[in-house]
Write a protein that binds this ligand. Structure first.
Ligand code: ATP
Length: 387
């Protein structure tokens, strides 16, 4: 849906009013070479500044989003993710670079001519219209036949599970139901790409989890490309086919949730996604690193720079009997979290490691504050970060 920043009466949405991409448009694309044909959205060398160049929101961003992909732009506040989404929607114009959707170059096209729709954080449904009229809105703007609109509204109501509520006004709906109306309205015109800007952040946690599953189901069922913006790493990991992790106007890594979590390419990514232990270290031999304390750790991978950061997830560290393992430490804090317990272990140099043990495991032997333990850091779980 639905850009309420534009006059509702003027806004026409949906793929059918966008010109069909010509063969030339599908293959010519940019000066940097042709856009790839299986990419639903292709951004090339996007630069966007604000305040007459003083704020650089996007710094030469390139990415290629595949057709039917659930693609997430993830990063902290101010990293540029909303700006990138607004550029694709046509709500802002980039300083340089190009954007294509299904091979159609969008540069210069007004929002209503782009084959994309947007769902915003604030549901932005029309308060004076019923659920059915809200969903029908884009189709009415396109002057579709009445019978087609009625059939499509019915289909959308079933898709977002709002059957029976079509005569209600938004004020008579819950937040989650209003967001479903917004989704149905955005999907009714069959956009090729749906842009979602933190669409679940106004919902409470339980509803939010439910809607995450719902969105995943919807995307699989209708098979269109979703470009989803969030700062919530858990949401990104659970919903996405692929994630672009952004910081400071740049993309640091693009990968599947597993790749991003298991093989972070940069210290920022390791730190931002999930819990991780970061240890400054020096390479002393191939696949061998020395921590500041003088303790040595092996890793399965090698790095060329001397100064590196070792990253290891808390659940990958193994607690051993005292004297066993590579490192020795003492339990400084025990945090019981229901399905798991996190132990904060103080090492001899004063640094701390977090070690997460599933409750099923920790029930066998509970550790207490002050206890001495050994720790094993399996080399294959130690990620060597150079950036
Ligand atoms: P959030 O999660 O807080 O929405 P974001 O990652 O979506 O953050 P953007 O809204 O894309 O970040 O903003 C990127 C940068 O551009 C920020 O530094 C922001 O202050 C700046 N910015 C965005 N819009 C404007 C504007 N209209 N004028 C000036 N600066 C802007």
């Amino acid at each position: 849906m639905i850009d309420l920043g534009h006059s509702a009466g003027m806004r026409r949405e949906g793929v059918d009013i966008a010109p069909a991409p010509s063969v030339a448009a599908r293959t010519s694309a940019t000066a940097d070479g042709p856009a790839s044909l299986d990419a639903a959205v292709e951004c090339r060398n996007i630069v966007k500044t604000f305040a007459r160049g003083h704020v650089v929101a996007l710094e030469n961003v390139s990415l290629s989003i595949r057709a039917n992909e659930f693609f997430t732009l993830l990063g902290p506040s101010g990293c540029g993710k909303t700006t990138l989404l607004r550029l694709i929607a046509g709500l802002e114009a980039q300083d340089s670079g190009s954007i294509t959707v299904n091979g159609l170059r969008l540069d210069g096209l007004p929002p209503f001519k782009r084959p994309v729709n947007t769902v915003f954080q604030s549901y932005a449904v029309f308060p004076h219209l019923t659920v059915a009229r809200n969903i029908a809105f884009g189709l009415e703007m396109q002057r579709r036949p009445k019978r087609e609109i009625a059939a499509r509204v019915e289909e959308m109501l079933a898709l977002v599970r709002l059957d029976g509520l079509e005569a209600r006004k938004p004020a008579e709906l819950s937040g989650g139901q209003q967001q479903r109306v917004a989704l149905a309205r955005a999907l009714a015109t069959q956009p090729r790409v749906l842009l979602l800007d933190e669409p679940l952040s106004a919902l409470d946690q339980k509803l939010r989890t439910g809607m995450q599953l719902e969105l995943k189901r919807l995307q699989a069922e209708i098979g269109i490309t979703f470009v989803f913006v969030t700062h919530d790493q858990h949401e990104a990991l659970t919903m996405s086919d692929r994630i672009a992790v952004m910081n400071g106007g740049r993309i640091l890594q693009i990968g599947t949730p597993e790749e991003i979590y298991e093989r972070p390419a940069a210290r920022f990514v390791a730190d931002f996604i999930g819990e991780t232990n970061l240890l400054a270290a020096t390479r002393i031999a191939p696949r061998r690193y020395r921590l500041a304390s003088g303790l040595e750790v092996g890793a399965a991978e090698d790095a060329t720079p001397v100064d590196v950061t070792l990253a290891i997830r808390p659940e990958r560290i193994v607690i051993e009997e005292p004297g066993a393992g590579q490192l020795a430490g003492s339990v400084d804090q025990v945090v019981y979290e229901g399905i798991a317990t996190t132990y904060h272990i103080a090492l001899s140099d004063g640094s701390r490691l977090r070690v997460c043990v599933q409750s099923r495991e920790s029930a066998r032997r509970r550790l207490c504050r002050g206890e001495t333990v050994g720790l094993t850091l399996p080399p294959e779980a130690v990620k060597v970060l150079t950036a």
